[in-house]
Design a protein around this ligand. Sequence first.
Ligand code: SF4
Length: 466
Amino acid sequence: MKILLFNPPAPDGRAYTREGRCTQEAGVWGTQWPPLSLATAAALLRQDGRQVTLRDYPAAGRDLRALAEDLRGLQPAFAIWSTGTPTLRHDIALARLVRKEVPAAVTAVLGTHVTVRPEEALAEPALGAVIRGEPEGIIRELCRHDSGFGQVAGLSWREGPGGQIRHNPDAVPLAPEAIPAADWEGLDLDGYRLPLKGRRFLIVAPVRGCPWRCTFCTAPLYYGSRLRRRPAAAVVAEMAANAERFGVREFFIWADTFTADRQYVRELCRAIVASGLRVSWTCNSRVDTIDEETLRLMKAAGLWMISYGLESGSDAVLAASRKGITAAQSAAAVTLAHRLGIRVAGHFMFGLPGETEGTMAETLALALALPIDIAQFYVAAPFPGTALEDEARGKGWLRDAAVASQSSAVMELPGLSPARVEAFRRHAYRRFYLRPRAAARLLAMAEPAAVAHLLSPVRRFLRWLG
Ligand code: SF4
């Protein structure tokens, strides 16, 4: 039985990552994330003896014609693809292309948006099913039960053409020991390059779930709120296997919040050190889940850059978004990492509830004051299923046709238009990066081998800055 799993071609030639809570256009650095969920599903399916083809069309620079060719050539029994909020209409319409090329194929989509609004996706008659929440186990069960959708927990589906939409009960998330190493076989890994370093990288995901409830975040919709920690030995073995099989020693440690359980992080770092594996990695973190001992251990195990969700320089805005941190905690965590020789990526967001001209200026001032090496400025996106969306709808901040995206503001906040938020975002990028200090930091990080991979994103970025 042939199965095609894919991250769809990008609309308008733009590259998109559609991975759990991260559904966004490739950032200003043009970085495309490897499709972790699809590669993990591929691992489970291959354990079942299925013949899986894995494709990431945006990463490979391939378009709809390539997808059509693959469909014609493979004639898969199942075609399953990821979706994101900003590209949803385009992603769902692909069901018609699949149906045209392989009329008998079972079609199904995954992603946080369709998890919350399966009916919206199933309004497309060519689409067979929606996979809700954590997808890999559901995909495996779907491919085991090709006789019908009714027995597969976690699916929403339409009973017959034009029939009623059915929502099966939620699926039980995979137990941590049952989460396999992602299997990247079949992908062109040259499409995944670290910004500035230019080296190929892969994702390793040791932890799933996030116990926090930030109003803007879709994390709980995908992996849930309960932390699930894979055995440290399995994570180390996965890194070692990727190094041996693909020659990749750079990793992004992917988690909703990797440092949510510091004891686990220390255990994993000690296991990496004890293995003698020479790897280099980055991870995300919250500023209130870090301390010097843990950071030192992380550095010894290969951490070179830590990404903090700092969001805002205003404590009032942070409190309103239930982020549960303060600007002072952000300053302390960034300074500590910098002192220990770990690069810092700071992620900020403009246009959260309570935002004003003054609080946006506070955020920019914080970004400029701290020793941050890479800053990312987003706009607050009221993604479906978040408390932020409820609030935005309840308060009339959203126009009906608004499509949430982290790079395009849509909320009409009191006294603050979407256009103004976007203009400030661009201003923040200009102020942050067009400083000698910021340029020097970037140059210090850049590797000569990366120059070829840097030119086009830097040109694009400068054009965008205007
Ligand atoms: S800490 Fe907040 S922003 Fe980070 S993953 Fe959890 S809910 Fe999302």
